[in-house]
Design a protein around this ligand. Structure first.
Ligand SMILES: NC(=O)c1ccc[n+]([C@@H]2O[C@H](COP(=O)([O-])OP(=O)(O)OC[C@H]3O[C@@H](n4cnc5c(N)ncnc54)[C@H](O)[C@@H]3O)[C@@H](O)[C@H]2O)c1
Length: 414
């Protein structure tokens, strides 16, 4: 396939605009040739940025697919409920696919997609599992593959969500309500499960999980708190770590999902939008902490913890091998060798050529690099392998949620 790869964005929200921005940075590799979004402002923002003619701008995603645009790949970056049908329609229309996670809202939907992917073998279906494409996790994978610490025996992995991000996305926001979105363990941790399967190159043979909504519920509402932060008495609001005033008016970083990021737009949004609600008066049921114990083929074990109440994000990982140990803090990997009793430190920030500067530790653009590589030089015979790792991550996530709901019952056991 010739570069630039021609891509149509279905869903011009945060993720769609992020992937599109790769084309601005690397016009020789990717060209945005169309956009669909039911929000005309979002569609227009992309259309303007990438100089699209009116006939390459659609409303609903189905209009774009029906128009059969002359492109190589469709990016499905719409809300969770709009992944499975658009993905299948795009594959049936003959396009390659960049599909945001989760691939489906139920395991049955995932199996349906998997059947389609295996039927259309020579179509690339790359999930938005961006961590796989970060310099940091690629290094960890290379260390494990090279047996730098011998055989991997077990892994301890912490996913710190960060308290503001938890309040933003998993209480007030798009993923607070499981009925409208998907379980938090799928939404947030399919990335981590994807990592485990990719690192170990093994299938999971047992899952057990516990978790609950410990804090973001009515029983923790401070006395005198209003339903909306802008209406909350100052003494209560100032003492609250989760105040929407603090998160959206006094900082800039949580404005990222909104097309209009001005102070005026933020104030209006807090007055009547979902992000202005008190975290103790939302319709959320997403868990705020969950532990998952996993067993993989050959007896390798993983202890995974997802935690909302952390100061910052950045995953922490310890891998225990028969000849050493690796400790990762999200930036540096420290490798301890048992035989020589020596230690090495590898720092992703100092790594020459590190893909920094894009979101998710460079993973957003790392994924786009991989996509270009696969479509130009990759072997289509391996396309389904790339998808199957992501599929296994979803199988684990659904099993973890089933186990949590069944009080930690063992799932996926043969
Ligand atoms: N890979 C990651 O790390 C990562 C991070 C965040 C979100 N996500 C996933 O990406 C997806 C999108 O998330 P987001 O944060 O960009 O959401 P978003 O709300 O910012 O964007 C979604 C866009 O889809 C548009 N849309 C809705 N219905 C549509 C339709 N029928 N036709 C066309 N467009 C339509 C919306 O108007 C919106 O602009 C979600 O499924 C989410 O789980 C992935």
């Amino acid at each position: 396939m010739q570069q630039p790869i021609r891509m149509v964005i279905l869903g011009a929200g945060d993720r769609g605009r992020t992937y599109a921005s790769y084309a601005a940075a690397h016009p020789d590799r990717v060209k945005i040739v169309g956009v669909a979004d039911i929000n005309p402002k979002a569609a227009q923002a992309v259309a303007t940025a990438y100089h699209l003619p009116p006939e390459a701008v659609w409303g609903d995603w189905s209009e774009a697919v029906a128009a059969r645009p002359d492109c190589d790949i469709m990016a499905v970056t719409m809300p969770d409920a709009l992944h499975i049908e658009p993905a299948i329609a795009c594959l049936d229309a003959g396009y390659h696919l960049l599909l945001e996670k989760p691939m489906g809202r139920t395991w049955a939907e995932c199996e349906r997609l998997a059947a389609k992917v295996h039927e259309k073998k020579n179509r690339l279906v790359i999930l938005g599992h961006v961590l796989r494409y970060t310099v940091y996790f690629k290094k960890l994978k290379a260390l494990l593959d090279s047996q730098a610490i011998g055989e991997t025996v077990s892994i301890q992995h912490l996913e710190p969500v960060a308290y503001m991000h938890a309040a933003h996305s998993f209480c007030r926001g798009n993923w607070g309500n499981t009925e409208r979105a998907t379980p938090m363990i799928l939404q947030k941790c399919c990335h981590d499960f994807d990592q485990f399967v990719w690192w170990l190159n093994k299938r999971c043979t047992g899952v057990s999980s516990f978790g609950n909504t410990f804090h973001f519920n009515a029983s923790h509402r401070p006395a005198g708190a209003a339903d909306r932060c802008l209406e909350c008495p100052a003494a209560v609001e100032r003492a609250c770590p989760y105040s929407a005033r603090k998160i959206y008016l006094e900082r800039q970083d949580y404005r990222y999902p909104f097309v209009d990021k001005s102070d005026e737009a933020m104030k209006a949004m807090l007055q009547d939008g979902p992000y202005g609600r008190c975290v103790y008066a939302c319709d959320n049921d997403a868990v705020d902490h969950q532990v998952v114990n996993l067993r993989f083929e050959g007896g390798v074990t993983v202890a995974h913890q997802m935690e909302s109440y952390t100061y910052t994000g950045g995953r922490e990982t310890k891998v225990f091998g028969t000849r050493g140990e690796i400790v990762g803090d999200g930036r540096k990997l420290t490798i301890y060798h048992f035989d020589t009793r020596t230690t090495e430190v590898w720092d992703s920030v100092l790594e020459a050529g590190a893909v920094q500067g894009s979101g998710h530790g460079g993973g957003d653009f790392g994924l786009m690099d991989e996509l270009v590589h696969q479509l130009t030089e990759g072997d289509p015979a391996h396309y389904t392998d790339i998808f199957d790792v992501s599929l296994e991550s979803h199988r684990i996530a659904f099993a973890a949620e089933d186990s949590r709901r069944a009080n930690g019952a063992l799932m996926l056991a043969d």
